[in-house]
Design a protein around this ligand. Structure first.
Ligand code: XMP
Length: 338
């Protein structure tokens, strides 16, 4: 619409005036904010922008490929993909404490990003997808305690000798505005309206020690869950059973939930397949409805949907033989399991 068109023209102009002919680097995480910042800055300065995408192996299924497809292929953005899976897995070996895992992932992320940034010695600017609520949050720092949201995405502590100036074109926008801007810039709606994904990624959804094999199983189970949520739309029957309101009929269960994901439990249970006995891992499904993520209700997903997800996971993902659904509210449970 014209309002957003005007906004984009102004923002592009402001970025061009600010940056001039200097080079900019940006850490692309796959999340909405850094993606929209990248698209906007690329529109303004094209090849003066280089994005660095750190793949730590704890992202959603095929996320790295999708980021490259969207930015490098479709939008023509310069993106350096850093395969840091071995480095992250190495640092996480033997660590099972959730906060320790968060610290390690955050620290490693900064180190990998810095090492890559140093190679781009011409860069004078560091661009970040900081949005207005982040500005408020860091002003009242420590509000969320151990869950300092996005702490490792705000690539703090770049080496002094890099002397990078900060470029934060989304600083004055609320999340909804960032999403509208993303769509107006040509990013796929489906990507821009995705559920939030924690910075440490699957690192806090693989309970206990993080192992590569668990990440692979979890990515596949999670993708099946998300697929089915997107493909299943609320019906009158769901209204009758109290699962949703009349106004929700026709909406997808993905849109009717605020966040949904699978969790890998380091527990094996016995199953039976054909004539044989299996002894494999369990995944938990978590889906919540919330307006602020400070409190949340578990989502009353239709039984048929849960049944389909369970069947598909058990049939399609060898190594998982049991699926359970989390029916805990927040409080007392948190949304993530770690
Ligand atoms: P909890 O589990 O605290 O989650 O109820 C509330 C929201 O915060 C997200 N979350 C995180 N996001 N880094 C992040 O960037 C983290 O360490 C982290 N821990 C939780 C969680 O996904 C939910 O949206």
């Amino acid at each position: 619409d014209w309002v957003m068109g005007d906004y984009i023209a102004e923002a592009v102009d402001a970025i061009q005036r600010q940056v001039g002919d200097e080079e900019v680097i940006l850490g692309l995480s796959g999340g909405v904010d850094s993606s929209v910042a990248a698209a906007l800055i690329h529109k303004a300065i094209g090849d003066q922008l280089t994005c660095v995408f750190v793949d730590h192996g704890l992202l959603r299924l095929n996320e790295g490929d999708m980021v490259m497809e969207m930015f490098a292929r479709n939008l023509g953005v310069k993106v350096i993909r850093v395969d840091a899976v071995d480095a992250f897995m190495g640092k996480l070996a033997g660590v099972s404490d959730p906060e320790q895992k968060r610290k390690i992932i955050g620290k490693e992320f900064v180190e990998v990003f810095q090492a890559e940034s140093k190679k781009l010695s011409a860069a004078k600017w560091l661009a970040q997808g900081t949005i207005y609520p982040d500005v408020i949050e860091s002003a009242g720092k420590g509000k969320k305690g151990a869950h300092t949201i996005k702490s490792h995405h705000n690539v703090g502590g770049l080496p002094e000798d890099m002397h990078l100036k900060l470029l934060e074109p989304l600083r004055e926008l609320f999340k909804d505005e960032v999403r509208e801007l993303g769509v107006a810039l040509g990013l796929p709606r489906e990507m821009v309206y995705r559920h939030p994904f924690p910075g440490p990624g699957l690192g806090v959804r693989i309970l206990g020690e993080v192992k590569r094999e668990a990440a692979t199983l979890l990515q596949r189970a999670d993708a099946i869950f998300i697929d089915e949520l997107r493909a299943t739309h609320a019906t009158e029957r769901d209204v009758a059973s109290g699962a949703c309101a009349a106004a929700d009929v026709g909406k997808s269960w993905y849109d009717l939930t605020s966040q949904a994901f699978a969790v890998f439990l380091p527990v094996k249970s016995v199953g039976v397949m054909g004539d044989g006995r299996t002894y494999e891992n369990v995944v938990a499904l978590r889906a919540v409805v919330t307006s602020d993520f400070m409190t949340a209700h578990w989502a009353h997903l239709p039984y048929e949907l849960l049944g389909r997800v369970s069947n598909r996971i058990i049939n399609e993902v060898r190594g998982l033989n049991r699926v359970v659904y989390d029916v805990s509210g927040k409080p007392p449970a948190t949304i993530e399991w770690e």
